[in-house]
Each structure stands twice: as structure tokens, then as C-alpha cells.
Design a binder for this molecule. Structure first.
Ligand SMILES: *[C@@H]1O[C@H](CO)[C@@H](O)[C@H](O)[C@H]1NC(C)=O
Ligand SMILES: *[C@@H]1O[C@H](CO)[C@@H](O)[C@H](O)[C@H]1NC(C)=O
Ligand SMILES: *[C@@H]1O[C@H](CO)[C@@H](O)[C@H](O)[C@H]1NC(C)=O
Ligand SMILES: *[C@@H]1O[C@H](CO)[C@@H](O)[C@H](O)[C@H]1NC(C)=O
Length: 325
């Protein structure tokens, strides 16, 4: 029995929840790309921060404390690039029919406000990629994904399938999907601007069983939308997951409503299989600053530069099919 559970878990690991165990060669490759693009990424990040500062400066009607915050902003922003690959899967909670075009996907989900500031670089040229669609989704403060609200965030995946009497093969082949409804909270997409940047307002994610806190990200270079703002066809050239530093996560998880999630233990980055595979050679951790310049628990701005290969073609779940194809 033990053996079969292990077998299912490892099948899930490679096919669904966990994208891949990176080979030494792949880690080296990403590391080299990240290093090669470092100078551009640093410049790019400073530009994004400066732009946001200017915006807040204009919006606040009071210049004083914004300028004081400028120096620490620069130092806390990472200069390396989070290199995504074309081959990673989107995981079991990918649901393109609920991903809509908007810049605020929070839908009043309770928790700490989070502004994602994402820059996209072409890893072949290290240049910013304008007009690519950045697709984001993550769970709410107590671990639930929209469109899957009928699924408990506390039930281990293999147990869930057993309860449903569903064969893992059916899920992989798309003969069964786990979605339960059409809710759309914490799912959204927006294209990068002429300078390769995009922003999304959301709510800081909580956690669900067996996974560290993370945000799914997918990049399309070519897409068409339906009238309701979802993708009707497109090419996901990159799929990946973004993480947060454990110090920040513990600070936020201590607050309500995150702290009400007591049914399961939170999985740390250090034991998350995707994270551990992801950290050698490139950096999937968001650089963060407190939105008010003082206190993370009032709101967080997260910056990351994502490196994609626009010529790649993702095997990470198509735009309209059930997970994962
Ligand atoms: C502007 O900031 C200064 C310094 O923090 C503060 O003393 C002042 O009250 C603020 N003014 C407004 C209108 O918020
Ligand atoms: C990023 O680069 C800038 C200048 O190139 C530097 O001032 C800053 O300290 C670097 N940040 C990190 C986190 O290394
Ligand atoms: C958008 O339209 C598609 C096709 O009719 C539908 O399947 C999907 O649920 C809709 N999504 C939203 C968010 O309205
Ligand atoms: C997260 O979503 C689930 C499913 O909709 C909901 O029951 C739960 O209350 C939400 N969590 C919070 C903190 O609102």
C-alpha cells in the first residue's frame, strides 16, 4: 500500500502538482541565462521601481515619505531573473475559462493586499518583452482556488482522487477535471506594456496541503480573447511558480484570516519539491517592499523579472482545455 501511494505521488509530481525535477544541465542552463541577463534585469527592475514610485508620488499628494523610501527599495530588489520554462505544467488548479483580463483580481478576498509588479524579459536577447499576456492564479487566504471551491484545501491530492474514485490517468488525459464551479477570484491576466511590464492587484495567498505558498504564472506571446475576457486560443510559452521569502510568509500567516487555517501544517519552501528544484541557478522569490513604506502587514508590493523564451511552446496545459493536457 505504501508503495502505491508513493507511486501516485511521484506520478503526480511529474505530471501535475510538481512540474519537474530539474536536471543538473537544466539548472546550469537557467543559471547561465539568469547571469547573462543580470545587467538588463537590474536596469529593468530599477526602472519599474522608479515608475511605481513616481505613480505613488503623484497619487499620494504628499512627496515627503516616498522619496525617503527610494533607497531601500533599490537595495531590496533582486537583479537576477526568474527563468521560466516551456515545459512546466500548470498544476491541477489551472482553469483557463475563469482567467479574465483585468488588473485587479482580488474580488474582495480577505487578506493582505498584494500588488504584483512583473517584468518579462526575452532570455534570448535579455530585452523586455512588450505585449505578452501574463496569466496569474493562486489560492485564497485559507487555501481555496476559485472554480475549485468544492475541493478541500486540506485533503492530500492522492486521497482526493481516491475519494472521487478517479484514476490519475483520467486526470492527466483530460477525461476528468476537478473543477466544481465558475468563480473567478484570484485569477487574472494582463498584457505587458511597451516596456515589458505589467501590474496586478491581488490578495496575498495562503496555503494548501503539501505545497509552499506560491503563485502560478503563465506567459502567452500570441492569444485571442472571447468577449468575456477569457483566452479562446493562445500559446503558453512559459509556465512557472513564484514564491515568497519565509520571513515574510510567517509574518503574514500570523494574521487573520490566514491564522484561522489550522487544519493543516504549512509546507515551507525548504521542503516544497518545486521550490527546491527551482532555486538552484535562478530566483523564483519575489522581491518585496511594504506598500506604505513601513509595514508589510498593511500591504505588499512584489517585484519579479520573469525570463521567457518566446519561441518555446508550453506543454503546461492549453488555454481552453481541462487540466492538464
Ligand atoms: C505629508 O507628510 C509629512 C511628513 O510625513 C506630514 O507631516 C504631513 O502631515 C503630510 N501631509 C499630508 C497632507 O498628508
Ligand atoms: C542590484 O544592482 C544595483 C546596481 O546595479 C545595486 O545597487 C543593488 O544593490 C543590486 N541589488 C541586489 C539585491 O543585489
Ligand atoms: C467565458 O466564456 C466561456 C465560453 O462561453 C465560458 O466557458 C467561461 O466560463 C466564461 N468565463 C467567464 C469568467 O465568464
Ligand atoms: C476561500 O475560499 C473558500 C471557497 O470559496 C471560502 O469558503 C473561504 O471562506 C475563503 N477564505 C477566506 C479567508 O475568505
Amino acid at each position: 500500500m505504501k508503495f502505491s501511494v508513493v507511486a501516485i505521488v511521484s506520478l503526480l509530481s511529474s505530471a501535475l502538482a510538481h512540474p519537474e525535477v530539474l536536471s543538473h544541465r537544466e539548472i546550469e542552463r537557467r543559471s547561465a541565462i539568469s547571469k547573462r541577463c543580470e545587467a538588463t534585469a537590474a536596469h529593468f527592475n530599477r526602472k519599474r521601481v522608479a515608475k511605481r514610485m513616481a505613480k505613488r508620488w503623484a497619487g499620494a499628494g504628499n512627496t515627503t515619505y516616498q522619496i525617503q523610501a527610494e533607497a531601500p527599495y533599490y537595495n531590496s530588489i533582486q537583479n537576477d531573473t526568474c527563468v521560466l520554462t516551456p515545459t512546466v505544467t500548470g498544476g491541477p488548479y489551472i482553469w483557463p475559462n475563469s482567467q479574465t483580463l483585468r488588473q485587479d483580481m482580488s474580488e474582495k478576498q480577505p487578506g493582505v493586499p498584494l500588488w504584483l509588479d512583473i517584468g518579462v524579459l526575452d532570455v534570448n536577447t535579455c530585452e523586455p518583452l512588450p505585449n505578452v499576456l501574463v496569466n496569474l492564479w493562486h489560492c485564497n487566504a485559507t487555501g481555496s482556488y476559485s472554480s475549485f471551491t468544492g475541493r478541500s484545501p486540506n485533503t492530500p491530492f492522492e486521497q482526493l482522487l481516491e475519494e472521487l474514485g478517479v484514476d490519475i490517468e483520467d486526470l492527466i488525459n483530460g477525461n476528468f477535471d476537478l473543477h466544481t464551479d465558475d468563480t473567478t477570484f484570484l485569477r487574472g491576466m494582463w498584457p505587458t506594456n511597451a516596456e515589458g511590464m505589467m501590474e496586478m492587484k491581488t490578495t496575498f495567498p495562503g496555503f494548501y496541503v503539501e505545497r509552499a505558498i506560491h503563485i502560478h504564472v503563465q506567459v502567452y506571446t500570441d492569444w485571442t480573447l472571447r468577449e468575456n475576457g477569457t483566452v479562446s486560443s493562445g500559446n503558453a510559452v512559459s509556465t512557472g511558480q513564484l514564491f515568497f521569502d519565509e520571513d515574510l510568509s510567517s509574518q503574514i500567516m500570523a494574521l487573520e484570516p490566514y491564522s484561522s487555517h489550522v487544519e493543516i501544517e504549512r509546507t515551507l519552501n525548504s521542503v516544497d519539491t518545486i521550490f527546491t528544484g527551482a532555486t538552484n541557478g535562478y530566483n523564483p522569490i519575489m522581491s518585496v517592499v511594504p506598500a506604505d513604506g513601513a509595514d508589510y502587514t498593511n500591504g505588499v508590493i512584489g517585484y519579479i523579472t520573469v525570463g521567457v523564451d518566446p519561441t518555446g511552446n508550453s506543454a503546461g496545459g492549453g488555454p481552453s482545455g481541462p487540466p492538464p493536457s
